[in-house]
Ligand binder design. Sequence first.
Ligand code: ATP
Length: 331
Amino acid sequence: MKLAVVPGDGIGKEVIPVALAVLDAFGLDIEKVPLEIGYGKWERTGSALTDEDMSVIKECDCVLFGAITTPPDPNYKSVLMRLRKELDLYANIRPFAPLANVKLPCNKKVFDFVIVRENTEGMYSGIEELHENVAYTTRVISRKGSERIAENACSIAKKRKKHITVVHKANVLKSDSFFRDICTGVARRNGISYNEMLVDAMAYDLVLRPEKYDVLVTTNLFGDILSDVAAAISGGLGLCPSANIGNRHALFEPIHGSAPDIAGRGIANPIASILSVRMMLQWMGLETEAQVLGNAVDSVIQKGIVSPDMGGSYSTIEVGNAIAAKVINVP
Ligand code: ATP
């Protein structure tokens, strides 16, 4: 197994080495390929991600990715969007369930749902025009893109409650009634029950009644926004992992960005990145290791070894070391 490691910028440079140290504690046979990609590289060289970086990444099976700060250049094209497109990572999988002993902002303590977000088209199609007095972005919803994300959601639902919620804005957008009809058709074909939600109502209900939901499938921008709502009710961005899955490659990253406001202080919460490693272990079929890692994270949180965003006083490295020690000490 060959793993490209891209810490990126800001707190990505702090949390990814810690997550990697936790992975190393398992002693698995994984070849790591470190890559400098991002804002720092753009400042130095004028390019955040070169074609050569891209071919190195394509030779790897998967990527562990931190976060990239967006350079202040109107012509800059998002690195993450390019990676998702060129590696065809069409499914963005984001699980949300409160971890043991984590203080939540609302009184809902029990929920467990997954957001399955289409990751290569929609509002992030990259088809844009900027004129002097008007700007356009083309929202692309294709049959192929909608079918495969709906299939992905159904395959996740088959292992869970056999139900999906299709989230859209079909009352206003024709492209979304197209998306909705394809998703519901795929659900019927798979014997999966479904309901529909308008995205605005979904955002509202997710805060009030998250326990009602199991697998949500939606388009790119809606999934992006709903994920932050879901992260807030789950205890914060520092805790939430994600997987970008394609047929040949996969990329694992925390939901949060490069957090320039706290970068360089050694206080970033590494748990989102460590749980992204856990999703990577699951993708590799290493269920036992994934289980061990999940238990290690729970146990360290229960002991109160947490970073300031969770009310603790431990550093990024201290939290990571405590989790790695739990992994190493498993009998
Ligand atoms: P970017 O421009 O890279 O998206 P951002 O600051 O706009 O960065 P996030 O990085 O997602 O967006 O951060 C949003 C807020 O959440 C910030 O106040 C940040 O400090 C906080 N935050 C994000 N990730 C973490 C983390 N791992 N640990 C602690 N706080 C975090």
